[in-house]
Design a protein around this ligand. Structure first.
Ligand code: SF4
Ligand code: SF4
Length: 343
């Protein structure tokens, strides 16, 4: 538990009533169902919220780093305007794997001079986490990379206990937000009761063998046969990247209006699993072979960027596993490399 946390208790009905109150003045995005699909989207009433988690295709990354984003507008009289479209927003019910994903994006987009578009959106958001008591489905492997626990990257964490929630407000934004709700005081034993239940739910779920040493293990297995075995089925569709909460590569394109009097510079998600990703002038391609692309993608998660962020950059959400028509999973690859028998 975060030592700065204020521990509160709230009933489910008061939680939902508080969200309805907040909706009068804020945009709220939450887990909801539209056209029979569960997704994170903006809601207009608390009755639209799904409190029980069902895996979503896209993660909450899309609220800070959208698939398409206009970053500059310009006109033929030479006027150039940087565009930042950020407004206050509440993200409600974000699970630990996705909070860990946002934490990695926070570090990546704050790097160097910082990305003003991402950082402005992030600054205006309040993140309300919802802790998990057990694995959400057979494709998720958050416990393999210890991403089933979130220690930071949120403003408030909710932990369900029967018909109430334990609330930990860990930031000033979170404490301010909780003033909208009818809560009572809680204490450390409420948090511990939840954590005991959670430990039971994840009993027998163990992290990857040598998790902390994965960068060295991956580097030492550069030529492991798993790269041929797994990549031979890859369709180079890029779906695994499109759904990943921690992938942050993008391309930038200029789109001129038909009048040629104005235009927009747009950034769009890009995917290193696409054969075009590493194409350069002269018809050269740095990663022409799909084996090299799979190696690159998985090494970014467990080697190159893991060294930079000090934690696995795959949060084990399972989205790429669900999306892949060729049944390729980072978990299988790491287990084969580390001779881990699983679970
Ligand atoms: S690599 Fe797959 S399991 Fe890992 S964070 Fe990305 S989508 Fe989730
Ligand atoms: S989703 Fe599967 S088939 Fe498509 S690029 Fe990724 S690993 Fe290859």
């Amino acid at each position: 538990m975060n030592e700065n946390a204020e521990v509160l208790l709230i009933s489910k009905s008061d939680l939902l009533a508080g969200i309805d109150k907040v909706l009068a003045s804020h945009k709220v995005a939450a887990l909801t169902t539209k056209e029979e699909r569960t997704l994170y989207d903006f809601i207009s009433a608390s009755s639209e919220i799904e409190l029980d988690y069902k895996p979503t295709v896209l993660s909450p990354k899309k609220f800070f780093f959208p698939q398409d984003e206009v970053i500059v507008e310009y006109t033929d009289d030479g006027k150039v305007t940087a565009k930042i479209d950020a407004e206050p927003m509440i993200l409600f019910g974000i699970r630990p794997c996705d909070i860990n994903g946002i934490k990695i994006l926070d570090e990546a987009f704050a790097d160097s001079n910082g990305d003003p578009n991402y950082l402005a959106k992030r600054e205006k958001a309040v993140i309300i986490g919802m802790d998990c008591k057990a694995i959400c489905d057979e494709n998720a492997f958050c416990y393999k990379v210890k991403a089933n626990y979130a220690h930071s990257g949120f403003d408030v964490m909710l932990q369900e206990q029967g018909d109430k929630y334990v609330v930990q407000a860990v930031t000033d934004k979170g404490r301010e937000f909780m003033k909208n709700f009818n809560t009572t005081a809680g204490n450390q034993s409420d948090v511990e009761a939840f954590l005991n239940e959670k430990a039971e739910g994840f009993k027998d779920k163990t992290p990857f063998k040598d998790l902390d040493k994965l960068p060295e293990v991956m580097a030492a297995n550069y030529n492991h046969k798993v790269w041929d075995e797994e990549s031979s089925r890859c369709l180079s569709c890029g779906s695994c990247i499109m759904v990943c909460p921690t992938c942050y590569c993008f391309d930038v394109a200029d789109e001129l209006a038909l009048s040629l009097k104005k235009g927009e510079r747009i950034r769009r998600w890009d995917a290193c699993m696409l054969s075009s990703f590493a194409e350069v002038a002269g018809n050269e391609n740095f990663r022409e072979d799909k084996k090299d692309r799979l190696h690159h993608r998985i090494s970014r998660k467990f080697d190159y960027l893991m060294k930079k962020h000090g934690q696995s950059v795959c949060v084990g959400c399972g989205r790429c596993v669900r999306a892949c028509l060729a049944n390729i999973s980072p978990k299988t690859i790491v287990e084969k490399i580390t001779c881990d028998k699983g679970e």
